[in-house]
Design a protein around this ligand. Structure first.
Ligand SMILES: Cc1cc2nc3c(=O)[nH]c(=O)nc-3n(C[C@H](O)[C@H](O)[C@H](O)COP(=O)(O)OP(=O)(O)OC[C@H]3O[C@@H](n4cnc5c(N)ncnc54)[C@H](O)[C@@H]3O)c2cc1C
Length: 375
């Protein structure tokens, strides 16, 4: 068993406390397609969002620690996908600012992100562009002291609720990133699709959106380096969400199997049921151990350990899908009831295998790295 440090354990206890406070209304929060006010208030009060912002700008750690963020996400996802997303996106949505923003811009926004006074978003996907981000068609051009953005972004988490959007654009022959405040003229946001697992989603349109030149993030034409840095810190934390969800599903199934009797004994004493539960337990422990290891490695050198983070994401999110499916089966007809906890977990597990790198996309890039001699 990977040993968490006393500091990590302390943070884990805080995150579990927050998760327990949200648990009584998690089913309501997870139906929200806007920010759930009570969840936001409790997250802000917990101070946990400080862990996704550098200490210099109101955060907790000088350099972000993927293991800390992973431990928090595991605990939050155990209770609510909405809570996990609100927390995680503060980091995913602001990291290109932390890594590539001007001093002035960082001072303006990051302390608000840490205090949850500003909500962050990362806008990469477009109506016709998903995994193949090099095909983005939203453009940016410099015009004197300003940058002008035109195009559309789609399926953007926190769209409509965010205070700013770190946006991937095509600029000349390269790809750049720019921070666009939500109230900038020319930016309009419509509500996004309704998903099987409700999520705050927006569709963004940029029509001659103008921002000052200092809203540029990173080096012109080199946005992929910023995105890689974001993934290197945060991809493994999505894996941790998968572990939290899988643990919740296993606990739900175990409780049911201990209390429901068929053929004169609790379900857990029927061979096929016990096999399923034991297999799920094994899957959860293996996923957790791998996630903690990959997150700890990511802390020491995020980019050098991105392969491991990708593997952990594939492994944990696919394991979560298996565990929640087995758990549902263990609960028989009760697992199929709309509005039951296991049904919510089943729906919440599904997007994990698509966003921040779909399983097949990650396996494809891992295979290419393997072919090139990585190990
Ligand atoms: C809940 C949710 C929240 C999201 N939030 C955001 C957000 O905040 N910001 C943002 O920019 N985007 C966001 N997205 C979009 C998300 O990043 C994309 O869905 C993801 O990149 C995949 O793109 P796609 O859905 O267009 O699938 P496609 O790219 O069309 O791929 C479809 C499928 O084809 C397969 N595939 C694709 N490429 C390859 C390959 N190279 N090798 C092997 N198989 C492949 C995979 O199985 C993949 O699932 C969100 C999506 C969801 C569901």
């Amino acid at each position: 068993m990977f040993d968490l440090s006393p500091e990590h354990r302390e943070i884990q206890a805080k995150a579990r406390e927050l998760a327990a406070a949200v648990a009584p209304f998690a089913d309501e929060a997870d139906e929200y397609v806007d920010v759930h006010p009570k969840t936001r208030e409790l997250l802000a009060e917990s101070g946990l969002a400080r862990y996704v912002v550098p200490a210099q700008y109101g955060g907790a750690h000088e350099v972000l620690d993927p293991l800390t963020i992973a431990v928090i996400r595991e605990a939050l996802m155990y209770s609510s996908a909405h809570l996990d997303s609100l927390f995680g996106m503060q980091g995913v949505g602001s990291y290109s600012l932390s890594a590539g923003g001007s001093e002035e811009l960082k001072q303006e926004w990051l302390p608000k992100v840490a205090a949850l006074e500003a909500i962050a978003a990362l806008a990469l996907t477009e109506p016709d562009v998903g995994s193949d981000l090099r095909a983005v068609s939203t453009t940016m051009e410099a015009d004197g002291d300003e940058l002008v953005v035109n195009g559309r972004k789609s399926f953007i988490t926190n769209g409509g609720a965010a205070s700013f959007y770190c946006t991937l654009v095509r600029e000349g022959d390269g790809w750049s990133m720019v921070l666009i405040p939500a109230d900038t003229p020319g930016l309009s946001v419509e509500r996004g699709s309704d998903l099987i697992a409700p999520h705050i989603l927006g569709e963004l349109t940029f029509t001659d959106v103008r921002v000052p030149a200092n809203h540029r993030l990173g080096v012109p034409g080199k946005a992929f380096s910023l995105m890689l840095q974001t993934l290197a810190v945060f991809r493994v934390t999505v894996a941790a969400s998968g572990v939290g969800l899988a643990q919740a599903a296993l606990d739900e199934a175990k409780e049911h199997a201990l209390t429901r009797e068929q053929f004169g004994k609790p379900l857990i004493e029927l061979g096929a049921v016990s096999q399923k539960l034991a297999q799920s337990w094994t899957d959860v422990e293996a996923a957790r151990a791998f996630v903690y290891l990959a997150a700890a490695r990511a802390k020491s050198d995020p980019l050098a350990n991105l392969d491991l983070s990708s593997m952990a994401k594939v492994h944990a999110t696919e394991a979560a899908a298996q565990v929640v499916d087995r758990s549902m089966q263990t609960m028989g007809r009760f697992g199929l009831v709309r509005g039951s906890k296991i049904e919510r977990l089943y729906r919440n597990a599904r997007p994990l295998r698509v966003y921040e790198g779909a399983t097949e996309v990650l396996l494809d890039s891992l295979a290419r790295r393997l072919a090139k001699g990585a190990r």
